[in-house]
Write a protein that binds this ligand. Structure first.
Ligand SMILES: NC(=O)c1ccc[n+]([C@@H]2O[C@H](COP(=O)([O-])OP(=O)(O)OC[C@H]3O[C@@H](n4cnc5c(N)ncnc54)[C@H](O)[C@@H]3O)[C@@H](O)[C@H]2O)c1
Length: 317
């Protein structure tokens, strides 16, 4: 295998911080460059401030560092996007087009683009959204991801760019904070349980959504990027399912560890976004093509989140 040189955009975000660490562990810190529009959140590897709308800056970093593997994570997420749709479209769409063009110009070996369950909307089997279900999203975020997947496929077909993509469900972890998505409650709830003993949930108690624990999401990403190119049959984006649960089911799990924990439900605008999303995804194509298998269920996730946050607090005090 030739030496890998990795570049990430949006590395300061919830997934980017953990993915950067995993890539540093795998390829060495001298081979991983993290970028984001914000300040360095504390990476020890090389970090550049890069706005994904700055195409020349992006091209320069790719060329000067002979990047082989490009992970494009920067985006404006679903809930934040609804507050400023034009900005979400600009960052998500023009950012991706800059990434695709510069990756093609620099002849990178592989590009990763995260899509989302937000691509789904009208006309799907909500109990199990199929890989090839119709994409009629309701949020500007979902529209940008659906268009983005198709752009990725276009660059693969037209220019042979080896683009690979996953439709992540809600990603849950405790070592980095979520950045304005509709599934963020499933992280917040643990912190509020431990810190305040009560939580006000912005989704309804029965809002079932697909979720995935961070370790599984990172492993899926690395396995997808490691798979031989001929195993990647889908060049839009693979459905990825970890587990599905409702806020009430997560509350019940946390109560097993903290019996006096209390919750109330005050759904806001994010409920409408959640209503348009599938409750579960059919990820059989990912399983068949490159061997995807999740390891975390709701019980293991709850135990890991709860103990992890508690331990961190103990270390701080
Ligand atoms: N977290 C999830 O549950 C989830 C689910 C589905 C898909 N995704 C996708 O995964 C990717 C990473 O998500 P995340 O949860 O880490 O998001 P996040 O909001 O935590 O992080 C996104 C990062 O992008 C950066 N960014 C925003 N605008 C930028 C710009 N113009 N130039 C450069 N950087 C910019 C932000 O500073 C932030 O650090 C996104 O593409 C997101 O759409 C995430």
């Amino acid at each position: 295998m030739t030496e890998r040189k990795i570049l990430l955009t949006g590395a300061g975000g919830q997934i980017g911080q953990i993915l950067t660490r995993a890539l540093v562990d795998k390829f060495g810190k001298e081979n991983v460059i993290a970028t984001d529009i914000s300040e360095n959140p504390g990476f020890e590897n090389t970090y550049f401030r890069l706005d994904v709308l700055d195409k020349e800056g992006m091209q320069r970093i790719l060329e000067e560092n002979k990047i082989t593997d490009f992970y494009h994570l920067a985006a404006v997420l679903s809930a934040t996007g609804e507050k400023n749709p034009a900005r979400a479209w600009e960052v998500n769409m023009n950012g991706l087009l800059n990434v695709l063009e510069t990756a093609r110009n620099s002849k990178v070996d592989r590009l990763f683009f995260p899509s989302s369950i937000a691509v789904f909307g009208e006309g799907i089997d909500r109990e199990k959204a199929g890989q090839n279900a119709v994409l009629i999203p309701h949020s500007v975020y979902g529209i940008s991801k659906a268009a983005g997947e198709n752009w990725c496929c276009y660059y693969h077909e037209k220019y042979g760019l080896d683009v690979r993509s996953l439709r992540y469900p809600g990603v849950i972890g405790y070592e980095s904070m979520p950045g304005g998505g509709t599934t963020d409650y499933a992280v917040d709830i643990f912190f509020k349980a431990i810190e305040e003993g009560r939580y006000t949930c912005f989704l309804r108690e029965d809002a079932r959504l697909p979720m995935i624990y961070m370790d599984d999401a990172i492993r899926a990403t690395l396995e997808l990027m490691d798979a031989p190119a001929d195993r990647i049959k889908i060049r839009t984006s693979y459905n990825l399912q970890g587990m599905s649960f409702t806020p009430a089911e997560l509350f019940d799990q946390i109560r097993k560890l903290q019996p006096d924990f209390k919750i109330e439900y005050r759904p806001d605008f994010r409920q409408k976004i959640a209503d348009s999303w599938p409750r579960r995804l059919d990820d059989s194509a990912a399983r068949e093509d490159w061997g995807w298998e999740q390891k975390f269920d709701i019980a293991k996730l709850t135990e890991t989140m709860y103990r992890g946050i508690k331990n961190r607090q103990l270390q701080k005090s």
